[in-house]
Design a protein around this ligand. Structure first.
Ligand code: AMP
Ligand code: ZN
Length: 137
C-alpha cells in the first residue's frame, strides 16, 4: 500500500467507491468521470504504478477480472461493444499512478473517437520491428 495513493485508499475502503466487483487480488469500480455511463476501472489491490511494474500474477488476475466485468458492463448498460484501455506513464496520459484498466461501454454514434493513424516510410516498419525484437531477445 502506498500511503498517498488514491486507488490504494479505495482498495482499502478508506475512500468510498461505486464498487462493482472484488476478489482477493483485484477490485472494479465505476470511474467518477465516465466517458459513457458504466465506464469501469479494474485495479490490482497491490500497489503497482504501471503495467510494467505489475508482477505476472497480478497482470493475469487483472485481465481475468477485466474479462468478467466487461461482460457484465456490456449487458448492464446494453452496450453494443466496449473498449479496454490502459494508460501507462504520464506521456501516455496516466493521471493516477496506480495501474488501472478502463472498460468503456460503447454505443453506435456515441461520439467517442479513436486516435488518428499514420503510416511508415519505405523500410521504416522493418527497422522499428527489429528494434523491438532486439529488446525482446
Ligand atoms: P488515467 O488517466 O488512466 O490515469 O485515469 C484515471 C481515471 O481515474 C480518470 O478517468 C478519473 O476519472 C478516475 N478517477 C480519479 N479519481 C477517482 C475516484 N476517486 N473514483 C473513481 N474514479 C476516479
Ligand atoms: Zn496504489
Amino acid at each position: 500500500m502506498d500511503e498517498d495513493c488514491i486507488f490504494c485508499k479505495i482498495a482499502k475502503g478508506d475512500i468510498p467507491s461505486a464498487k462493482v466487483y472484488e476478489d482477493e487480488n483485484t477490485l472494479a469500480f465505476l470511474d467518477i468521470g465516465p466517458v459513457n455511463k458504466g465506464h469501469t476501472l479494474v485495479i490490482p489491490k497491490r500497489h503497482s504504478e504501471t503495467l510494467l511494474h505489475m508482477d505476472e500474477r497480478d497482470a493475469c488476475h487483472v485481465m481475468k477480472t477485466v474479462q468478467l466485468v466487461a461482460d457484465a458492463v456490456k449487458k448492464a448498460t446494453k452496450a453494443e461493444g466496449f473498449n479496454v484501455l490502459m494508460s501507462n506513464f504520464k506521456a501516455a496520459g496516466q493521471v493516477v499512478p496506480h495501474a488501472h484498466i478502463h472498460i468503456i461501454p460503447r454505443f453506435p454514434n456515441d461520439g467517442f473517437k479513436h486516435w488518428e493513424q499514420s503510416n511508415y516510410e519505405e523500410g521504416e516498419m522493418e527497422e522499428v520491428a527489429s528494434k523491438i525484437t532486439d529488446e525482446l531477445s
